[in-house]
Design a protein around this ligand. Structure first.
Ligand code: MN
Ligand code: MN
Length: 474
């Protein structure tokens, strides 16, 4: 009995520790049963989004479809808008901006979230089709940072568009349906891999070995060279009406042909391709879609392309398309672009590395993000002495922390790995360069950039809660 009493009342040291020390909290232990149910249900929608948008084009189209159902209309810079109006604008089918007009004057700035809908994958080369030893293949050039050996011997699907000479654009999506065929990069059998094993891991499979097996039966009518290639081209002509030259103006992308699934006996995790960064895209976007009432400041969500290759190109955030939209919003509301941008704030929504206990050597525990400990707030990214980061100022970091606390969002801080162990960047710097207060937030991920990435459902839900609160912040 005496023992129990002692346990129940905290010692002075324990009390002080609780008051003075920073500790990360496990979301599951804080959430009520009702909230847990809500989080699990929310992730059912998330998994559907992952399955229907495996490329930037598909994710963009899926998001637009959802937005239109929720009453968003195509933005017209010359129209008159009032608080509560919902608009969107699409950039070349690969990036999209959504906005909900706020009560306050546009001059006070916007609350902006930015996430990316492109993910690492294997793109076809411009002239991809060939035959070798009576097997048909596509040559590829991978997109983004992948560990190439992870992409062999798994079913792949093919997505994208073919722009034909006559101006028609054909949409390709093959390998997702159970009844579809799929494709694969073959790997050498272990029996003969003695020499391959001596290669460094980043060359275990080289870029030029990422060849995609697409067929093996020759054209039968009469004997000819390249009969397998001919048979494949003939199938493609019959199915899509394309000739080999049409590949030169195509964008075809190979991605894992797997569906999003629950992971773990407790179903606490989501496993899927492309969660970097569709997890932040979905949470940032649906938080705007589900927003109740009219926000104080105008709320904007951009889902961008090209983050994985450095954000260059007209659909990436080094392009001016976001700036131009903010200019249009400003002028539409009787202000000017630079005033609006200077007064705006942004959450750069991108994933962070979740601490992996199997590989602790890559992480510094005190400053790493942990699975289930909530959305990660990252003041700076970059590598080699913070190179390439925007490094949010302390005042803005403080503002975000207090907003998250007030709205009972479980959150943590996290830096991507140990100092000088590598590193990575996000779109934060490009938005901060517009003179917008910007900080990185996101969901911790295990096996980032692998064909099957892992997130925790409660972190996904906390991201949604965080973005919902941010849009409403004054
Ligand atoms: Mn990312
Ligand atoms: Mn990435």
């Amino acid at each position: 009995m005496a023992k129990e009493t002692k346990k129940a009342s905290k010692s002075k040291a324990e009390e002080l520790k609780e008051k003075l020390f920073y500790t990360k909290k496990h979301a599951t232990l804080i959430m009520s049963d009702a909230e847990q149910k809500k989080a699990d249900k929310y992730c059912e929608g998330y998994k559907k989004f992952l399955d229907s948008g495996k490329t930037e084009r598909e994710a963009c189209a899926t998001a637009v479809e959802m937005a239109e159902k929720a009453g968003f209309k195509l933005f017209d810079k010359n129209a008159k808008y009032k608080a509560g109006d919902k608009v969107y604008t699409v950039n070349r089918g690969k990036a999209v901006i959504f906005a909900v007009f706020g009560k306050q004057d546009i001059e006070n700035g916007v609350n902006l979230t930015a996430a990316h809908i492109d993910s690492p994958r294997i793109d076809l080369k411009q002239n991809p089709l060939y035959e070798a030893d009576e097997l048909g293949y596509f040559k590829t050039h991978y997109y983004g940072g992948i560990k190439k050996y992870q992409w062999t011997a798994i079913p792949l699907s093919l997505h994208g568009v073919i722009a034909k000479n006559d101006g028609t654009v054909i949409t390709v999506n093959i390998g997702e349906d159970e009844a579809d065929p799929c494709f694969v990069v073959t790997d050498l059998l272990p029996h003969l891999a003695e020499e391959q094993y001596k290669r460094p891991a980043n060359k275990l499979i080289t870029g030029e070995e990422l060849n995609i097996l697409i067929g093996s039966r020759p054209f039968k009518e009469d004997e000819t060279s390249d009969a397998v290639k001919l048979n494949l081209m003939n199938i493609l002509f019959e199915k899509y009406g394309i000739v080999e030259k049409d590949f030169l103006s195509a964008e075809l992308e190979c991605v894992p042909a797997m569906k999003a699934r629950d992971v773990g006996f407790d179903r606490s995790l989501v496993g899927a391709y492309g969660q970097d960064d569709r997890v932040c895209s979905y949470t940032a976007f649906t938080a705007l879609l589900d927003m109740k009432g009219i926000p104080e400041r105008t709320a904007v969500c951009v889902l961008t392309d090209k983050e994985e290759t450095g954000s260059d190109g007209n659909t990436g955030l080094c392009s001016s398309y976001l700036k131009f939209f903010l200019y249009d919003l400003a002028e539409n509301g009787g202000s000017d672009g630079r005033t609006v941008m200077t007064a705006s704030r942004c959450l750069s929504a991108d994933v962070n590395a979740g601490f992996d206990p199997t590989f602790p050597e890559g992480y510094e525990r005190k400053n790493s993000a942990f699975m289930n400990k909530g959305i990660v707030v990252t003041k700076y990214t970059g590598a080699r002495g913070k190179s390439g980061t925007s490094d949010a100022n302390a005042e803005y970091v403080g503002f975000i922390h207090s907003m998250l606390d007030k709205n009972e969002v479980v959150w943590q801080t996290g830096e991507l790995g140990k100092v000088d162990f590598g590193g990575g960047g996000t779109v934060a710097a490009y938005i901060a360069n517009l003179n917008i207060d910007t900080i990185d937030v996101g969901v911790p991920v295990l096996s980032m950039h692998a064909p099957f990435e892992i997130t925790a459902k409660n972190d996904v839900y906390m991201a949604y809660k965080a973005f919902s609160a941010f849009y409403k912040s004054e």
